[in-house]
Design a protein around this ligand. Structure first.
Ligand code: NDP
Length: 246
């Protein structure tokens, strides 16, 4: 039996996209996985079923990360069912593109509520409750360094995550808990593909010297490294799985 079999990982936003790939990968690595989702229960159940069919262990758990009470309930449930939490993968996020001049109040509120406040809600519970030796992986983005027009509001939410990651790594001194961020480049999920023409997708795919989009599995491999035994000396860092785009 794998040494990690009893370890429990919460993956937020794991019903689709990168989060679903992370859930599959961590289950394969031997973690018991909590597949969090906001509204898409059917998709989350499919992830749980597929993990079980492959011999892994998972449950689904609804919680809107923007709602602090939901996040407390999520951690309470996991504690009741499994006795504790070892890993938090803070993947849930949304993207809205707009120039600063055209940014609406609603779009800005939603970005801050989910990407920034949502990550703080989960980090706060994890900081209080994670078992010693645990791991936190936050989700940033390579757009923080790419600096393309229309990305300011979204990139700003991710820059906030970079800063919080480095500070939290220091606050958790003495507990053997690492805190890192992954900052993917363009990755083929609904978040990236929705609303873009084939030409634009092709152009963005070619920006990386490896001349393709990232896949959710590429990003899951980076998360697997950070939460696994080989990642134990990486702490307070932002890792950019992006094919060399920046
Ligand atoms: P998707 O849009 O494909 O999936 C988003 C996931 O997040 C879904 O599972 C969704 O749940 C969940 N979610 C959204 N809002 C909430 C919420 N309020 N509470 C809980 N869960 C929520 O996104 P990606 O997989 O592409 O993105 C994952 C992360 O990676 C994000 O943080 C994103 O910013 C980041 N990223 C993505 C890149 C890309 O190119 N794709 C590049 C760089 C970073 P439901 O199904 O229930 O709606």
């Amino acid at each position: 039996m794998n040494e990690q079999t009893q370890k429990v990982a919460i993956v937020t936003g794991a019903s689709r996209g990168i989060g679903a790939a992370v859930a599959h990968r961590l289950a394969k690595d031997g973690f018991t996985v909590v597949v969090n989702y906001a509204g898409n229960a059917a998709a989350a159940e499919t992830v749980v079923r597929d993990i079980a069919s492959a011999g892994g262990k998972a449950i689904s758990a609804q919680a809107d990360v923007a709602n602090p009470a939901d996040v407390r309930r999520l951690f309470d449930t996991v504690q009741e069912v499994y006795g504790g939490v070892d890993v938090l993968v803070n993947n849930a996020g949304i993207m809205t593109l707009s120039t600063v001049a055209d940014l609406t109040d609603d779009a800005l509120d939603r970005l801050l509520d989910i990407n920034v406040k949502g990550s703080f809600h989960t980090m706060r519970e994890a900081a209080k409750r994670l078992r010693n030796g645990g791991r936190i992986v936050n989700f940033s983005s390579s757009v923080v360094a790419l600096l393309q027009p229309t990305y300011a509001p979204y990139a700003a939410t991710k820059a906030a995550i970079d800063a919080a990651t480095m500070v939290l790594a220091r606050e958790l001194r003495g507990r053997g808990i690492t805190v890192n961020a992954v900052a993917p480049g363009p990755t083929a999920t609904e978040l990236f593909l929705n609303g873009k023409s084939d030409e634009l997708i092709d152009r963005l795919a070619k920006l990386s010297p490896l001349e393709r989009l990232g896949t959710p599995d590429d990003i899951a491999a980076a998360v697997s490294f950070l939460v696994g035994p080989d990642g134990s000396w990486i702490n307070g860092q932002v890792l950019r799985p992006n094919g060399g785009i920046v």
